[in-house]
Design a protein around this ligand. Sequence first.
Ligand SMILES: Cc1ncc(COP(=O)(O)O)c(C=O)c1O
Length: 404
Amino acid sequence: MNHNRRGRSLATLAVHAGQGHDPATGAHATPIYQTSTFVLGDVARGAALFAGEEAGNVYSRIGNPTVAAVERKLAELEGAEGAVAFASGMGAAAAVLLSLLKSGDEVLILGPIYGGTRGLLEEMLPRFGITARAVTDAELEGAVGENTRMLYVETPTNPDLTIHDLALVGAVAKRHGLVSVADGTFATPYLTRPLEHGIDLVLHSATKYLGGHGDLLGGLVAGRLELLEPVRMEGLRHLGATMDPHVAFLLLRGMKTLHLRMAAHCANARAVAEALVGLPGVAAVHYPGLESHPGHAVAARQMDGFGGMVSVTFEGGRPAAAAFLEALELFDHAVSLGDVASLACHPASTTHQLLPVEMLEAEGVTEGLVRLSVGIEAVDDLVADVKRAAAAAAAVGLAAARAG
Ligand SMILES: Cc1ncc(COP(=O)(O)O)c(C=O)c1O
C-alpha cells in the first residue's frame, strides 16, 4: 500500500496533520476551545473580521480553533485544499446540497445510498424544487439532463457495498460541468481518496470510522476552497449544524489511529466474509474484497484495501435475518458502523425502513440482508460468532422453506 502524498505517508498525517502545539500555551495536545464567542478587539477589527478581510475567530458556529484542527487533518488526509466540519454526517450532506443547489436543479444518485441521505434528496428537497433520480453507472452519461447539477455517490454504498467507478463519475461531471460528491464514510481516506479520482467533494459521517469509537456524532466535507466557500458561509453559517469543540477533540484523538484501526477492520472483515461464503442458508456475501463481488476489479483499482463492512443475504428473509442477529454474541444489534466494537443491523427494518420496498428490493436491500460492521476484536472470536449465528439463521430459513 502506498499512501504517500506530498512526501508524507497517511500514517504520519493521521498522527500529525492539523495539529501543532498550541501557540497560546505550548500545550502539545490540541486544547478544547470551549467558547461560543471570541473577543473582537476594536470596532475596526470586528468589521474586518466579519467582512472576511482579516483572518481570525469570531463565533464558534462558523469557526473554532479545535474544530479547525480537525478540518485541517481531514483536508491533508484527503489531499484537499480544505475541509468544513459539521455536527453530523447528515448536517454535512444537507449543507452541501442546500448551498450548492437551487430550485429547479436535479441530482443524479448512484444508489443505493444511506436511507437518511436518500430521504433528504427524494422526500424533503423536492418540496423546495430540487429533485433527484437514481441511475446506474451504465446509464449515467445518458441520464444527464439540462437541469442536472450534481452527481451523488457513496463509496462503497450503504448498505450493500456496491462499488461505483469514481473515475467515471468524476469524468462525467467534468464533461457536463456538474459537481460530483462522494460520501466516503465506508472507505475513509485510508482506503480511497475520491479527489484523486476526479471527484469534486468528499463527504464523511465522522461518527463512523473517523471517530472510530462510537462515542461522537460528526460530519466533514473536503475539496476545493472555491466549492467549500458557500458550504461554510451559507451551509454551515445559515443552517447551523456546527461541530462542538469537545467533539472535535474526541475526533482528533480518534483520527490519530485511523490507519491502525482500518488495517485491523479490513483484515477481520475479510476473514468474516470468507467464513460466511458457502455456509448453508447464506444466499450471498457482499464484500468488495471477494473476487465474486461484481465491483471487485473497480474496488481493487480505487481502494487500498476493501474495508470493514460485510453484508450478508440470508435465505428465508426477515425471520432468518432476525435469527442471525439474535444469535450473535459479539456483534451488538445496533445501527451505525465503524466502531472498534462489532455491530450488526438489518437495514430493511431500520436505516432504510422509510424507503419504498420496490426501490429497496431493486437495489438489493432485501428482507434477508444483514449489514455487519466488523470490529477489531480477535478475529477467531468474530468468525466463530458469525458461523454459529449463521447456523441459527439457516435452521429458521430451512423451516420457512419447508412450511412454504
Ligand atoms: C454512508 C453514510 N453517510 C452519511 C450518514 C449520516 O451520518 P450521521 O449519522 O453522522 O448524520 C450515514 C449514517 O449512517 C452513513 O452511513
